[in-house]
Design a protein around this ligand. Sequence first.
Ligand code: UD1
Length: 430
Amino acid sequence: MDYTTDPTRDKYVIDGGACLRGRVHASGAKNSCLKLMAASVMAEGPCRIRNVPDIADVGIMCEVLSRIGLGVEFEGGVLDMMPASEPRLETPYHLVQKMRAAVDVLGAMLARYGHARVAMPGGDNIGARQIDMHLKGLTQMGARLGVSHGYIEGSADRLVGAHVSLEFASVGATENLLIAACLAEGRTVIENVAKEPEIVDLAAFLSGMGARIEGAGTSTLVVEGVDTLSGVEHTVIGDRIEAGTFLLAGAVTRGEVTVTGIDAGHLEIVLDKMREAGCTVDVSGDSVATAVRGELHGVEISTLPYPGFPTDLQPQMITLLATVGDTSFVTENIFDNRFMVVDELNRLGADIRTKGHHAIVRGVPALSGAPVTAMDLRAGAALVLAGLVAEGTTEVYDIEHIDRGYERFEEKLASLGAGIRRVPAGEPRE
Ligand code: UD1
């Protein structure tokens, strides 16, 4: 009998070769939802968020909020949050260690309660991820911050409006400072901010709570602080990264996949690159359809802050490029370790060489199934895509990384015809 290498963890077993066909609906955006949840800490009334994906990271954020004292209920994609009656303004290490986005409650707690104690995030599998810009911006807004014993301790009588200029358009720093500025006294101007659709969604959520924000989706945010924020009802935007993953899964298997529930504008550069590689892409209303009707070619990809090519789709795109006829060049500009997936892809027969933040991808005629390990969320998704097209059987280990951000991943892929199944921890393989 053959057991999983680690009997305490689930794995995927994928029989490659099926051509994916059909329609799949995108879940709500993980990276939006987590920040809306953080912002809810500031509401004086109940908040309801719809289209919330049932993924592990949302579960962790529910734990973060419950610890702070919010009443949290999550059922059927609807998340209800009640204000904390006796807030406990601390986010412990074991939660921040599980999910860095937990640090996004820092700005909200400081703005609403004038105090916060949040564990300092460490590095993770995609590289060192500092939060210096979050801390500098909050300090400029009058917060007194210090780091001791692995915790950021912050206090402020009331945050005050400030002029903050980010060195880099960090998504997390933009969100933390935007959230905090809503309850600061006076006007805050934040320059060189991130323009991701998830920031626009966060600004809409905050505006629904009564915040006064201008410039969401541009490189400058102007926020006029208000005294209190109310509860709000909001529907999360579709997950562009999940949608892109399914479209690339269709392309990698040379199939035809339609994703619904998505704003195609959020995927513009990804769809352009897929077209350039030879895929057919059709956009209609809230759906995007891709098909492969001829040979695919290599392309050049360079990850950049939105509207540039998203780093969160780079590993899945590299997987597609590993299977096309000629050579592609990929540059990763956002994270240090995002090429870790390359060694695993090469174990499946890909021909990818990296130097620093550049990769040369030489397409091969076929990949061959093998056991591989998911090192992080998007690397895991990329390895599943590779397994779908590889000859024979691929086993993907450590799939708890994939569970962090993809709702019912194997179910959705199987509905498109993929030969994928989850083998629960400790269960013998047939
Ligand atoms: C968010 C997304 C993640 C995505 C990334 C970039 C969530 C939960 N995660 O991560 O999926 O890949 O945006 O689109 O929304 N940096 C600093 N100092 C700082 C802040 C960031 O040096 O104060 C650096 C980081 O080390 C990293 C780069 O800036 O190299 C990008 O980080 P950032 O845009 O903040 O990404 P996250 O918010 O962590």
